[in-house]
Each structure stands twice: as structure tokens, then as C-alpha cells.
Design a binder for this molecule. Sequence first.
Ligand code: PHB
Length: 405
Amino acid sequence: MAAAIPAAAIDTVTRAPVAIVGAGPAGLMLAHLLGRAGVEAVALDTRTRHEIETTQRAGILEADAARDLVETGVGDRILREGHEHTGVELRFDGRAHRIDFQGLVGASTWLYPQTDVFVDLADARERDGGIVHFGVRDTEVLDVDTATPRVRWTAPDGARHEVRARYVVGADGSRSMCRDLVPQQRRVRYGHEYPFAWFGIMAEAPMSAPELVYAHSEHGFALISRRTDTVQRMYFQCDPQDSVDAWSDERIWQTLQARVAGEDGFRLQEGPVLEKSVLRFRSFVQEPMRWGSLLLAGDAAHTVPPTGARGLNLALHDVKVLAPVLLRALGAEGAAALDDYQPRALQRVWRAQHFSSWMTALLHLPPGASAFDLRRQLGELDCVVGTRAGRSHLAEQYTGWPTRA
Ligand code: PHB
């Protein structure tokens, strides 16, 4: 962390019960939930609103998360523009196998991009008069080991601000600076790096399948998702060192078609590639999620590979647990209430870590995999789709778990 800038250089000092570093979905949902209870938090982010809105992220929400957004008054656009998915398709050995979420566990997911969740939350904050500072720089978080933590930043107009808070929440994403405030000797970082990445595209093309298709093939993994009737989102397994420039539209479509090909003649609908990027992924958890007056939420505390679509759901679950805990901590109970946060958040975090890495290992062949590895993986996939227990396991994990009371 940079050395503190002298107080004299601060133009504006304000007070807030909670300062939230990071105004992505986790930070904004927390501010929204606190605001509904009459506690006005201040949220800030180094990115501009436009930058966050235009960075492609994943697109699947658990039904509970979708319902929370509607029921807490963020808006019902999700019901009008999102798509309820009652199942998902696994393709392997050239054949399609549907996992019927509704039939197996009575649950659904919603296809609704994270960027839209962010837009809805940012609009709701504006509507409700919430304080959100986008595009700030030189953020400093001070004194988190005391009961009077402070956050300082430089606004886009150059003015220096300080907010004096009772609690600070680090919701500043996978490159979090807040998590570094937990002293090195007091924190543990668990992680796993994968020897492959995803090549993600947006393509102007009609829909290829009504539900998501997770495809395993001897050539590697592919995922067919969508955004709108005319814009599709797809991914395929690639080398983490791959450069987007090495991939022409023609090569991208050839690769994707080969990975979904099968005896049923399934083919993707092709069209111009509008956007391409390489997504490196890893599994990561930092404990503890609380240090003094600082609490970590979302990707700042944990990241998962995107295979199980858990990341956004997990972040929203963290703040669903954290909001009532913070309200209690600001009331008569005081800081002791914060002890309830980590155990309740972390149980789901480790479940999601397990599910995301299991689904990643199930569907991706690592470089150098042997013929045995491939046959074993096909055996495992057959167990997943060919037994009720296997199908129910996938359905239950993918659609999420109930929030612990
Ligand atoms: C997406 O639509 O971007 C998406 C869907 C499911 C995943 C990952 C990404 O597992």
C-alpha cells in the first residue's frame, strides 16, 4: 500500500457507517441492501461505470439470486429480458444429454449477463440516491485494525476525498488490494492454477441451442451460451498463452464446430465474431474474510473457474449474508456480530470451489492427457448423465444451495 498522503492534502472529509471499496455487483448489492435498511454506505471503484458495463463476464444466475434482485426492488428487467433455463445440455462422445434441473431438483437458473446485473444495480443506486464514486484513483484504505478505518481516494476532477467509516468492505474483485491488508502472517491463501484457459467470443449469429451446451471432446472443451436472439456467447478451451490475434473467425468456427460435432449432426450457427478474449482462470480462497474492521466479499476473497457459473452467485451470496451481519454490528451487538460472517459465507465458498473444479476437471482434457485419461473421463461423464444420482448431483450444485439461516 502507498504511504498515506498527509491529511492537509484532503479536500473533503465525510462520514459513513460503511465504506465499500469496489462497485461491481457485490459492492453495489451490499450498498443496496444496507440502503434498504436505512444505512447509507459509500461505494467507490477505480473503473468508470462505462468500463464495468462493457467488460464481458459470465451470464448465469441462480434462481435465488434472480429472486433476490427482484424482491429487494433492484428491478424486474431480469424477468422481462432474462431467460429461465430449466436444464442444461452435456455433450460428449458426439451425443447430447439433457440434465433436467426442474425434474431432478425443482430448480432453474436464469440466463442474464453479469453486465446487466451491474447496470440494474447502478441504476437502482442512482434512483435511491446512493453514493457511488466511479473512476477514482489512488485509493488508500487506512487503520482497518482500529474501530475508525478510513478510505481515501482522488476523484476524476483531482479532488482528494476521505471517508471515515465504522467498517470497510473490500469488494474490489480478483485483483483486490483490500485482501493484502490482512497481515501476511495472519492470512492463508489457497489456490490452484489450471494449464488451460478459455477463448471467449461474442458472435453476431442466431441461437444454436435453446439451453447452454457444455461440450466435452477429444479436442478440448467448448461452451455454447447466448446473450440475445442475435448475439451469442461461446467459449472454447485454449492455451493460456494464446493471443487473440492468432485466431481468425474461420479458425474459431472450425475449432468450435469440431468440438460440438457428433452423430446427431449438430452444428453451430455461424456469424461475424464481434469480440474475442482469452480468459485465464484459477481457483483461489483467502482466509480470514475479516480482519479488524475490514470484511472481504466476492472475488476479493475467492475466485472460481467459470465452468460451473458460480462466481457472481457466490459474490451475491456473500453480501446477502454480510448485510444483516453489518446491520447487527452497527447496532447494539457491536463488532462481535461480525464473527457470524465467515463461517456462513465460507461453507458455500468451499462447496462452490469443489463444484467448479470438479466440473472443470470433468469437461477439460489437460495438455498431455493420455488415452486412459480420456476414456476415464468418458466413464465419469457416463456416470453423471446415466445415473439419477449423477444427474441430481450436477443439478443440485449447478442451481445453487439454499442460504443457511
Ligand atoms: C456465459 O454465458 O458467459 C457463461 C455461462 C455459463 C458458464 C460460464 C459463462 O459456466
